[in-house]
Design a protein around this ligand. Structure first.
Ligand code: 1DX
Length: 183
């Protein structure tokens, strides 16, 4: 994944727990590199090692960290140069989710090492939808829960996310039932 992802993890840990805790996590992860360049590609393993080390140091499950990270990602990217792109992608939760593949397509033109997931919305009503998540990466469903919650905060929308299909349990892809109400 692009270094932007690892930098976002660093920023999240530092803002909540401080630079010393981050140092400890980085040491535990035992990485080749000391800093990350946003626009450079890194093996997914680097991100996995960071999440595993953070989980050990902070005493939180990997799934809790990934969910918190999903929420963090929405505000982080809006602040770190991708605010305009986020604004172009929708004015409300369902619209943004519908536009995610377009957002990734635009990023992918400029950053060809992007390996984007794909999102589909079905059974859409004014207050609910089913979100289908296809990714070549495994284990990121908890992050998607956090991403949707982060979008809820972004759009002042109360949101309830329930995973209804799981690839870990043999389904072909992950699926989420999303209920929402703009306040
Ligand atoms: F609900 O399943 C809301 O590296 C959502 O594979 C979901 O392959 C917002 F410059 C710049 C760059 C860089 C911008 F090249 C990424 F560095 C992308 C900014 C998306 C904002 C996907 C990150 C692939 C890296 C799913 C989890 C990963 C998608 C991560 C969240 C808006 C983003 O993001 C999976 C990679 C951006 C960029 C957004 C993602 C890669 C998302 C969302 N994805 C890199």
């Amino acid at each position: 994944m692009y270094g932007l992802v690892n930098k976002a993890i660093e920023d999240m840990v530092c803002s909540h727990f401080g630079a010393n805790t981050w140092k400890e996590i980085k040491q535990k992860a035992n990485l080749e590199m000391d800093t990350f360049i946003s626009m450079e590609g890194y093996p997914d393993d680097v991100t996995h090692k960071l999440v595993k080390a953070a989980s050990e140091v902070l005493g939180l499950s990997a799934s809790e960290i990934m969910q918190a990270f999903g929420e963090f990602w929405v505000t982080y990217t809006a602040q770190e140069g991708y605010g305009e792109m986020m604004e172009m992608s929708g004015d409300n939760l369902p619209e943004f989710l519908e536009n995610l593949d377009n957002l990734h397509a635009r990023v992918g033109v400029i950053f060809p090492q992007l390996n984007p997931p794909s999102f589909d919305c079905t059974q859409q009503t004014g207050e609910a939808l089913n979100l289908h998540y296809h990714s070549s990466r495994e284990g990121l469903a908890p992050m998607v829960v956090g991403l949707v919650k982060g979008l809820g905060t972004r759009f002042d929308t109360e949101v309830e996310v329930t995973q209804t299909q799981s690839r870990e349990e043999g389904a072909e892809h992950d699926e989420f039932s999303i209920k929402y109400k703009q306040t």
